[in-house]
Ligand binder design. Structure first.
Ligand code: AHR
Length: 537
C-alpha cells in the first residue's frame, strides 16, 4: 500500500472510531454509517446506451415485424422483457460518434421510403459489407419513432444526442419539434402522428453533440462552448424543462482531460454566468480499456487485478472533473453525466458484423460492480450514467444473434444493483488487507456502496481476490439488522462467462443470510459481487 493510501485508510478508520485491524476478530471490517447520507441515488445512474454500430440496433434491438424472432412491433421481445426486469431508467441514442453524422429526418416517415445511408463506422472498404464485415448501410428502419417505442416498452426515458458536427441548431430545433410539439400543432407534429404517435414523446434529455473534441467535430473547448450556446439558445420547450447535456471530456487516468472541462466552462460562463442554467449536466466518458492481449476471455491473474484497478480510476476522475466544474459553477447547478463507460476489450468479437463486440466474463461483472458502487458513492455529483453499450457491443448486458439471446454477467450485476435505485446513499468505510499483484502494485481488499430505502438497507461489496475469501466484520452504525438476504455472483473460474452455448454458466444465487444485530460477520467469496439486503429493526 502506498503511504498516502495507508494514511487515508488509517484516517478513515480513526475518524469512524473503528478498532484497529489487529484488535479485531476478522481481518476486514465494513462499516455502514447510517447517519451519514451522501445523497439520493438517481435511478438514472443505471442508464444504458444504444448506437447505430455493429449489431446493436439491427439484430440487437430491431428484428423486424415479420421476423420469426419473438418481437413487439419489430423490437426484440426478450430484450424488452429483460429491460423491464432491470427497471432500466434511461436509454441514450443514436450515438456516440454516429450521432454527429446522423440526420434525424432520414429516420422518420414511412419505413419503406426511408433512405439507405452509409453508416459512420468502417465505411472505408467495399469488401467488409455486413453480414461478412462490420460495414453497414443503414436502412433507417429504426428511427426516432422506433426508438421512442423501444423506450416506452422498456419503461425508460429517452436521452437523444443531437448532431453538432454536421447539422445546424435549426435542424436540432426541428427534431425537438418533431418529438415534443403538441398534437395537431405543426407539420412535424403531423409527421409524428403519421409515424404512430399523435401524443408528443416529451423528450427531456438532449445531448449537445458527442465527444466534440474528437469524432464530434474536432472542436477546441472554446469553440465547442460557442456551439453549445447556439444549440441551446431559444430551443422550443413546449412547456417542458429541457435538460441539456454538454459534451465533456474523454477522460483517462493518464490524461484526465480536465483542460477540456475548464476550457469549455471558462468560455461558456465567463461574462455569461447565467448560461449555467442551460446546462443540466456535463458528460464524461471513461472506458477502462483492456489488458494484455486485450482478449475478454484470456487473461492472467495479474491482468484481472490490473483491469479492476483501471475500473477503479473512475473514482478520482469523477472527483477531478467535479472539482474543476465547481471552480466555474460554484453552486454546482450542473451535475456530471458519465454517458459512456465500460471495459473495452479487443476481442474475440461475436462475428464479422459485430463491431466492438466481445463476450464479457466474470472480470467484467466485477468491473461493472466496482463502477456502479463508485457512482453510488458519488450520488451527490452524478445525474446520469450510461453503460456502453446495451447489446452486442462494449460492456454489453446482452448477446443477441438471430433467435438466440443471452444475458451476460454484466446484466446480472445490473439486476442485483437495481435495489440501490432511488435509495439514500450512505457513507461506507471498508478496511481490508490490500491485494498485491504485478511488480509492486496493490488493489484494495474490499470496496462497495450502501443505500437505505426506509427500513431496508442495501449493501453491495466486491471482493477482488481471485482465491481468498474475506471474513469481514460488518458494523451498522446507527442501525440494527432484523433479518437479511444475500445474493452472490461468482465462479471458481475467473474467466467464467455466459454465451450462446452456455447461457446460464454464471448466475447469481440468493438465499437467507441469517444475520442480525448491529455487528455481525460475513465471509465474502473470492472473485465475487455480493449484495446484502438487510431489514432494519
Ligand atoms: O461506444 C463506442 C464509441 O466510443 C462511441 O461512439 C464514442 O462516443 C466512443 O468513442
Amino acid at each position: 500500500m502506498q503511504r498516502r493510501e495507508f494514511l487515508s485508510t488509517a484516517f478513515a478508520v480513526a475518524a469512524a472510531g473503528l478498532a484497529p485491524r489487529s484488535a479485531r476478530a476478522s481481518s476486514a471490517l465494513v462499516e455502514v454509517l447510517l447517519n451519514e447520507p451522501i445523497g439520493t441515488i438517481a435511478p438514472e445512474l443505471q442508464g444504458h446506451f444504444t448506437e447505430h454500430i455493429g449489431e446493436v440496433i439491427y439484430n440487437g434491438i430491431w428484428v423486424g415485424e415479420d421476423s420469426k424472432i419473438p418481437n413487439v412491433g419489430g423490437i426484440r421481445k426478450a430484450l424488452v422483457d429483460h429491460m423491464r426486469q432491470l427497471h432500466a431508467p434511461v436509454i441514450r441514442w443514436p450515438g456516440g460518434c454516429f450521432a454527429d453524422s446522423y440526420n434525424w429526418r432520414d429516420g422518420v416517415g414511412p419505413r419503406a421510403q426511408r433512405p439507405v445511408r452509409t453508416n459512420f463506422w468502417d465505411n472505408s472498404t467495399q469488401l467488409c459489407k455486413a453480414p461478412d464485415g462490420p460495414q453497414k448501410y443503414d436502412p433507417n428502419t429504426f428511427g426516432t419513432a422506433e426508438f421512442m417505442r423501444f423506450c416506452r416498452l422498456c419503461g425508460s426515458q429517452p436521452y437523444v444526442a443531437a448532431n453538432v458536427r454536421s447539422l445546424t441548431p435549426h435542424d436540432f430545433d426541428e427534431w425537438v419539434e418533431y418529438c415534443n410539439s403538441p398534437p395537431g400543432s405543426t407539420t412535424l407534429a403531423q409527421t409524428r402522428a403519421n409515424d404512430g404517435s399523435r401524443d408528443p414523446y416529451n423528450v427531456i434529455y438532449w445531448g449537445i453533440g458527442n465527444e466534440s473534441w474528437g469524432c464530434g467535430g474536432d472542436f477546441r473547448p472554446e469553440d465547442y462552448a460557442v456551439e453549445f450556446s447556439r444549440f441551446t439558445s431559444w430551443v422550443p420547450d413546449y412547456g417542458l424543462k429541457l435538460r441539456f447535456i454538454g459534451s465533456g471530456p474523454g477522460a483517462g487516468p493518464q490524461d484526465p482531460q480536465v483542460s477540456w472541462t475548464r476550457g469549455f466552462l471558462e468560455t461558456l460562463l465567463t461574462k455569461r454566468p447565467h448560461l449555467i442554467e442551460r446546462m443540466y449536466g456535463l458528460s464524461m466518458h471513461y472506458y477502462c480499456g483492456s489488458t494484455g492481449k486485450g482478449n475478454s476471455l484470456q487473461f492472467s491473474t495479474d491482468e484481472w487485478y490490473q483491469m479492476l484497478t483501471q475500473a477503479d480510476a473512475m473514482d478520482p476522475l469523477v472527483n477531478q472533473h467535479w472539482q474543476a466544474m465547481g471552480d466555474y459553477d460554484t453552486e454546482h447547478k450542473a451535475k456530471l453525466v458519465v454517458d459512456e463507460w465500460g471495459a473495452w476489450h479487443q476481442g474475440p468479437i461475436l462475428g464479422p458484423a459485430y463491431l466492438f463486440s466481445y463476450v464479457p466474463s466474470l472480470r467484467d461483472a466485477l468491473v461493472t460492480a466496482i463502477t456502479l458502487d463508485i457512482f453510488n458513492r458519488h450520488a451527490d455529483k452524478l445525474a446520469m450514467c450510461n453503460d456502453a453499450q446495451l447489446v452486442n457491443n462494449i460492456n454489453t448486458l446482452f448477446l443477441a444473434r438471430e433467435e438466440r439471446f443471452v444475458p451476460t454477467t454484466i446484466f446480472h450485476v445490473f439486476d442485483m444493483y437495481k435495489s440501490h435505485q432511488g435509495g439514500r446513499s450512505l457513507r461506507l468505510v471498508c478496511d481490508a488487507p490490500g491485494v498485491s499483484y504485478g511488480a509492486g502494485k496493490t488493489l484494495w481488499g474490499l470496496a462497495g456502496s450502501a443505500s437505505q430505502h426506509g427500513k431496508t438497507l442495501v449493501l453491495t461489496v466486491v471482493n477482488p481476490h481471485t482465491s481468498e475469501p474475506r471474513e469481514t466484520e460488518i458494523e451498522l452504525r446507527g442501525g440494527e439488522a432484523r433479518s437479511a438476504q444475500v445474493t452472490v455472483l461468482t465462479d471458481s473460474d475467473i474467466h467464467a462467462h455466459n454465451d450462446f452455448d452456455h447461457p446460464e454458466a454464471v448466475v447469481p444465487q440468493t438465499q437467507p443470510a441469517g444475520l442480525s444485530g448491529s455487528r455481525f460477520v460475513w465471509t465474502f467469496k473470492p472473485a465475487s459481487v455480493t449484495k446484502l439486503e438487510i431489514e432494519l429493526a
